[in-house]
Design a protein around this ligand. Structure first.
Ligand code: IMP
Ligand code: MG
Length: 180
């Protein structure tokens, strides 16, 4: 297993930069094939800013015309109960009525974040709301939701890198890994 070190911690690499890049290209092709028109891509901040940036460029390379806006959500996860609340810290500015929207997130775990975002955009009258996540941890689901497009299934461990953090550290790593 390949390891790196960052900020004095050793990190076991689960998905390296090449693997992520190759998968992102395939995802972009799948999204292209799904035939979106007038697509608004909405990365969910903060965690998806790196994946979102790479996916946007892969979509461009695949010939998808799009617009981008961002939503910043925070989820407070209480490990002792199933009550998790999602708050909007910064909303999109773009009207979505009649639009096709692709929500992009780093990880789908309990499903609360993506379910909240999907319901919000749908309630505003979007014509179609699809979701794309880099990682899926199906073992952690509290809400019934699946991503329409997903990069990799991720083991049930806390991961960092490629936008994902532990207390805002490790987002800069070009790979996804596990602190060991
Ligand atoms: P959900 O609402 O439980 O699906 O939460 C998904 C969000 O929790 C993701 O967008 C991440 O920001 C965060 N998250 C879940 N698992 C991890 C992890 O292993 N590392 C870093 N962030 C995580
Ligand atoms: Mg997130």
């Amino acid at each position: 297993m390949s390891q790196e070190s960052s900020q004095d911690r050793r990190i076991e690499i689960l998905f390296d930069a090449e693997k992520i890049a190759a998968r992102t290209q395939i995802l972009a092709g799948e999204i292209k094939t799904a035939g979106f028109a007038d697509l608004l891509v909405v990365p969910v901040l903060k965690g998806s800013f790196v994946f979102g940036a790479d996916l946007l460029r892969a979509l461009h390379a695949a010939g998808v015309t799009l617009e981008v806006d961002f939503i910043f959500l925070s989820s407070y996860r209480d490990t002792t109960s199933s009550s998790g609340q999602v708050n909007i810290l910064r909303d999109i500015e773009t009207p979505v009525r009649g639009r096709e929207v692709l929500l992009v997130d780093d990880i789908l775990e309990s499903g609360r974040t993506l379910a909240f975002a999907k319901d919000l955009i749908a309630a505003r009258g979007a014509e179609r709301v699809a979701t794309c996540v880099l990682l899926d941890k199906p073992g952690g689901r509290a809400v019934e939701i699946d991503a329409d497009f997903r990069g990799f299934e991720c083991p049930d461990v806390f991961v960092v890198g490629y936008g994902m953090d532990l207390a805002n550290r490790y987002r800069e790593l070009p790979y996804v890994g596990r602190l060991v």
